[in-house]
Design a protein around this ligand. Structure first.
Ligand code: G3H
Length: 252
């Protein structure tokens, strides 16, 4: 049985006071939610205060990115060890905005995943095809490459800790959510890849989140799909009421 995970990626939004306001609202209204895991990913500068605020709550803290080395002459980077020190338990790795805007490739993402796991943090490993790739019927090839290279060299034990997030790039921030059929098809395909690359137990236990225009009015249909184990929410995670409704998805 895979425990649902609802994660909010706040991207480049919210000052420290705004982040703390949002956290207080989530803590108040989601305190009873023990049947799911809740994760929020604020900007780096808000991690420490938010870590203090979520202590002893059911909300876990993620960073939105990290580097693949723990120390050294890497100006501007933040390491998994320092994120752990700041109070993070999760790190988003390979988000499409990192791939598209900051040139991250599958090999670098693989190194980041290994660095995150070496610190005993949980990576939320993002994959997904662009609109152009989908229109050229390359979705499966792209997902296969991202999964095969991104997870290369991970042990089965490490894989049990990984969370995968399928985020079709064309659905991110566009309001165009994948249909439940499209999302389920991609998730089932990714689960099949995990079975082939690792094992059936890995495929059965690894959680695969859906991301891309998840909103209160579409979350129930998405979460009803067999292979969708949670959501990685961008825009709607910035509003307490929307994120709370998403975390309170109804089982259909
Ligand atoms: O990490 C979250 C995704 O990029 C989805 O963002 P969105 O919900 O604003 O489409």
């Amino acid at each position: 049985m895979r425990k649902p995970l609802i994660a909010g990626n706040w991207k480049l939004h919210k000052t420290i006071p705004e982040a703390l306001d949002l956290i207080e609202a989530l803590k108040k209204d989601l305190a009873d939610k023990t049947d799911i895991e809740i994760v929020v990913a604020p900007v780096f500068t808000a991690l420490v205060p938010v870590a203090q605020a979520v202590k002893s709550s059911n909300i876990a803290l993620a960073a939105q990115n990290c580097y693949c080395e723990n120390s050294g002459a890497f100006t501007g980077e933040v390491s998994p060890a320092l994120l752990k020190d700041a109070g993070c338990s999760h790190v988003i790795v390979g988000h499409s905005e990192r791939r598209q805007l900051f040139g991250e490739n599958d090999e670098l993402i693989n190194r980041k995943l290994k660095a995150v796991l070496a610190e005993d943090l949980i990576p939320i490993f993002c994959i997904g095809e662009t609109l152009e790739e989908r229109e050229k019927d390359e979705m499966m090839d792209v997902l296969k490459r991202q999964v095969t290279v991104g997870l290369n060299g991970l042990s089965e034990t490490e894989m049990f800790k990984v969370v995968v997030a399928y985020e079709p790039v064309w659905a991110i921030g566009t309001g165009k959510v994948a249909s439940t059929d499209q999302a389920q098809e991609a998730h089932a395909f990714v689960r099949g890849l995990l079975a082939g690359l690792f094992s059936t137990p890995v495929a059965e236990q690894v959680r695969i989140l859906y991301g891309g225009s998840v909103k209160p009015d579409n979350v129930d249909g998405l979460m009803a799909q067999t292979d969708i184990d949670g959501t990685l929410v961008g825009g709607a995670s910035l509003k307490a009421a929307d994120f709370i409704r998403i975390a309170r998805f109804e089982k259909m």
